[in-house]
Design a binder for this molecule. Structure first.
Ligand SMILES: NC(=O)c1ccc[n+]([C@@H]2O[C@H](COP(=O)([O-])OP(=O)(O)OC[C@H]3O[C@@H](n4cnc5c(N)ncnc54)[C@H](O)[C@@H]3O)[C@@H](O)[C@H]2O)c1
Ligand SMILES: N[C@@H](CCC=O)C(=O)O
Length: 563
């Protein structure tokens, strides 16, 4: 079964008859993190997954736009999404939205809003809770397969993203939304009643998602939609297969037509149409820093919007591991290997700069190299358990391999591990470690978004100086870790690096934030730090109305002091 069954579902679930909520409903009490499966060899989970992997490779899916619940494919120009492990394999052909499609999406969003925004939180929440359950049960293997094939993830990386994190976002957002609604004025003077309303924004929200996390895409449209907003969602061209399945799951869960409109397309053209509309009310973006900055400039340069648009963006990083001489060596090496090379270093949180004290540096790098030698880069669908797969596309392959070539010719850089690559079949790059003698080298400040880790060996007695250096070297402020057993070192680094990372880890790798445990996002050039997976993010997509109702009637215009 592909998606045909789902596609035939009626699109008219929006309630024609809105009724009062006659009970103080609350979010289900059992909301907790989705358990992660181990996919042990020979298990039923592996058998089911293999079936889904085969299904999505058995034919090339035609992915339509979904506007106002209508699937539109015919007459549109199409693009291919290929398997990055095997770029001659086309996974799907997807329609590109025209200007008219974008205009129609805006109309659909504005019209759906009239009812969606008035529907009670309970009803909207039920749709997201059901979607989370569909993801973690009925569609679990399909969802894993589409993420593995399209985005080049091994089963573990796909599981923690497209199942764990996505189901968590949908469920925890429900919990946070109920908590937010419960926040009401703490006082009502005698003779009046004060209330707070969490209105959706007046216009529509534009959600722009990156390739690397299916879960992030779900949160980008899901968080605003849960709160009664309607959304135009432009997915990444290299995550279409999983993102389309997600859109279909939302419809199966009961999302009414027009609430989220799925419009893959040329990002510049789609954005231009959207920003020309006065009803644009908010941007929910995750992707690279340059694209976000350009979007901000574009938005701020216009003054025809009905309301000040809310701008929420999470962007790039140059995430550090700072090793103190008291660190536990093996744990720090293995954490660094995972942080830098899991999912080929294509997490915004990936460890990409490392600072090691001279006293333990030789031992540290030897152990890192020994472990790296055991890693092969592999096709994620052939070997679902391989540790590393391909980078996402040719552009990324070229960016990282050009940096590797540069490292070979730069006297301040030395490749100490890896350095090979091959794109004949898939976009494979060996995990590569580069040593620099220059603490201000651009390899310690630029994001490459691939399996390339740069390290600097600092004089062991200059720990305080190296904290200063880390803070000043990169413009980003996303994630970072201190590895130490010495509590003074931990305290010092925590304080000195306060603004260097929005997610700061002590004796843990810089990746792997879990919804409900570590809300995610950074400041400086890494974003607006509104924190995905938190109630503060939800606050950005509501427009609060304070209501005061007075029960007394005036009998005189004078105040008491006038008498
Ligand atoms: N901080 C975070 O939470 C976080 C999470 C994931 C990824 N990222 C960052 O995302 C980047 C990798 O993802 P990517 O390669 O998909 O990023 P990207 O910036 O290339 O693309 C992100 C989205 O923006 C769209 N886009 C591209 N150009 C655009 C334009 N001119 N106007 C409007 N939209 C445009 C793309 O089509 C895509 O949907 C890395 O920099 C990574 O650090 C950050
Ligand atoms: N939340 C993920 C990163 C998402 C960015 O790509 C982590 O913490 O590793």
């Amino acid at each position: 079964m592909f998606l045909s069954k789902v596609c035939k579902k009626p699109q008219t679930l929006i309630s024609k008859c809105l009724y009062a909520t006659i009970g103080g409903f609350q979010a289900p009490l059992h909301i907790t993190n989705e358990p992660i499966k181990s996919f042990a060899s020979g298990s039923q989970d592996v058998i089911n997954l293999q079936k889904s992997l085969a299904k999505y490779q058995s034919k090339v899916l035609e992915v339509p736009l979904i506007i106002n619940g209508e699937r539109i494919y015919q007459g549109r120009s199409v693009r291919d999404q290929v398997n990055p492990s095997n770029h001659s394999q086309v996974l799907c052909k997807f329609a590109q939205a025209t200007k008219e499609d974008v205009d129609n999406s805006i109309k659909a969003a504005m019209s759906a809003k009239a009812k969606w925004g008035k529907m009670s939180l309970d009803e909207r929440a039920a749709i997201f809770l059901k979607a989370a359950d569909l993801i973690s049960t009925k569609y679990r293997y399909d969802f894993l397969a589409t993420t593995m094939l399209g985005q080049g993830k091994n089963v573990y990386q796909a599981e923690i993203d497209s199942i764990g994190e996505l189901a968590d976002f949908f469920r925890f957002n429900v919990k946070y939304a109920f908590e937010m609604y419960k926040q009401q004025p703490v006082e009502s003077s005698p003779g009046c009643w004060n209330r707070t309303e969490y209105r959706p924004l007046e216009g529509f929200v534009y959600a722009v998602s990156p390739f690397n996390f299916t879960a992030i895409a779900g949160n980008l449209f899901g968080a605003p939609a849960l709160l009664g907003n309607t959304v135009l969602w432009k997915p990444s061209a290299t995550a279409i297969l999983s993102n389309y399945l997600l859109m279909e799951i939302m419809i199966e869960a009961g999302l009414p037509a027009g609430v989220v409109n799925f419009i893959p397309g040329n990002p510049v053209q789609v954005t231009e149409c959207i920003l020309n509309d006065e009803n644009f009310a908010g941007l929910h973006f995750t992707g690279s820093t340059k694209v976000f900055k350009d979007l901000c400039k574009e938005i701020y340069s216009k003054d025809h919007f009905r309301e000040y648009p809310r701008i929420v963006g999470e962007t790039g990083g140059k995430n550090f591991h700072l090793v103190h001489e008291s660190a536990s060596l093996e744990h720090t090496v293995l954490s660094t290997l995972r942080g830098a090379f899991e999912y080929q270093g294509q997490k915004c949180s990936a460890t990409s700069r490392l600072y090691i004290p001279e006293r333990i540096s030789t031992e540290f790098i030897e152990l890192l190299k020994q472990n790296l030698e055991t890693i092969k880069t592999e096709n994620c669908s052939d070997n679902i358990r391989g540790f590393m797969g391909p980078v996402i596309h040719e552009q990324s392959f070229k960016k990282v391999t050009s940096a590797i070539e540069e490292a070979k010719n730069d006297p301040e850089l030395e490749i100490v591990a890896g350095g090979s690559y091959d794109s004949s079949k898939g976009f494979f790059i060996e995990p590569t470690v580069v040593k620099t003698t220059n603490p201000n080298h651009k390899f310690l400040s630029q994001e490459f978004f691939g399996p390339l880790l740069t390290y600097y060996v600092y004089p062991t007695n200059e720990f305080e100086k190296v904290c200063e250096l880390i803070d000043k070297t990169s413009a980003y402020g996303l994630t970072g870790s201190i590895f130490a057993q010495d509590r003074d070192a931990i305290i010092y680094a925590s304080e000195k690096l306060k603004y260097s990372a929005g997610n700061f880890y002590i004796n843990d790798k810089s990746t792997g934030a879990v919804v409900g445990q570590q809300s995610f996002g950074g400041s400086r050039q890494s974003g607006t730090c509104d924190k995905a997976g938190s109630s503060s993010l939800l606050g950005r997509f509501v427009s609060v109305r304070s209501i005061k109702e007075n029960f007394y009637e005036l009998t005189d215009y004078n105040y008491p002091h006038n008498f």
